[in-house]
Ligand binder design. Sequence first.
Ligand SMILES: [Zn+2]
Length: 461
Amino acid sequence: MKKSLLVLSSLFLIITSASAQTDSVVMRKIFDEALVNGQCYQNLHYLCKNIGQRLSGSANAQKAVDWGKKLMEGYGFDKVFLQEVMVPHWERGVKEQGYIIDGAKKIPVPICALGMAVATPANGITASVVEVHSLAEVAELGEKVIKGKIVFYNRPFDPKFIETGTAYGTAGDQRRAGPSMAAKYGAVGVIVRSLTEANDDYPHTGTTQYTDDAPKIPAAAISTKAADKLSAMLKLRKFPQAKFFFKQSCRLLPDAKSYNVVGEITGTENPNKFITVGGHLDSWDLAEGAHDDGTGVMQSVEVLRIFKALGWKPKNSIRAVLFMNEENGTKGGLKYAELAAQNKEQHIAAIESDEGGFTPRGFSFEGLTADKIKSINKNYKALFEPYEADRLVIGGSGSDVGPLKVTMPGVTLIGFRPDSQRYFDIHHTPNDVFENVNKRELELGAAAIASLVYLIDQHGL
Ligand SMILES: [Zn+2]
């Protein structure tokens, strides 16, 4: 190597290590602010206890919109505004009833209607049960076996996956597509084993997606304990002796007007370039939407609050987006992406926090090449190591930022990845309450996200 080249390259090393040093100092400040003066936990408390469940189209969802806007205005962000969007308005109706009917015995079991499902007739449905473990099995059994029956999808979570989100993904077809598949072969109703590995009596709701090529039949989730009981009885007695009864009165109302809530710190150099961080403001109706996704929403607001508290002025505009309607339509995510394109807002990156407010482990980057993720690790991994949030991997981002892929080519989509072991114990259940969120875990997550936003703003990816 020539001497001049050697001098130049060592100069470069000094500069890069100086910037790494600055970065680590800034990150330390971000974490200190989140852990010492953090406000996301108290904000989450307000959202859960003073507003509570906030399913799209409900009065509570509107309350959450109004409150979210006021909260961010109170923090003095440069811009706070709403994005109007029409959302599905589904209501659960009166509490569902489910029984295993064993001869003259009626054994009550915990069930809940799947989101977007239709009601049973007013006096419920009683039918023999066919237990299956896959959609393909329904097709194999065919109309001869399925017609007139209640199809019971009972494939459990696969415990071999280390990240529980993968188990959720692979078991989820039963809930999403199971009802329409069963209806094609003449089923009168569907019962789905709750999507969880927890063995308890909480039924887990979640959206089902009816297809146009089959009649819409009522569908409900059953708790894992009750699913095991029903399965055991079917094995003992063989159908058609054991029957199932369920009754639900849910309904889909006309679409309702709602909003995404957006807060922004405007960039000093590139006001029209954006780094977005978001979660969803709507929640299922069975609890308080604490982990799903009150935590993601409050972390997103906290990211901007931390920057403001530290007096840090980003080069690019930083946005916190409280998306509406992730759970049963993703209309808010679609609207955000549509408006971003329409307003010609260039998005550099969009980070979503929607996997619970648990201990941060890192981030997953959607669709990056192996080389790109290698260079991200080279630049940033060491900075996240002291905070134990240094897993920077290729993977999914989230359903609310997802639509940006289509309207903003070149945007990097990122998923915040907290520890996943306990999320599906409470996900979409009556147990998703504030008390199940840990203050420090929530704050560490907010700080990790703020750090990544800071690094992307300063150095890009
Ligand atoms: Zn969610």
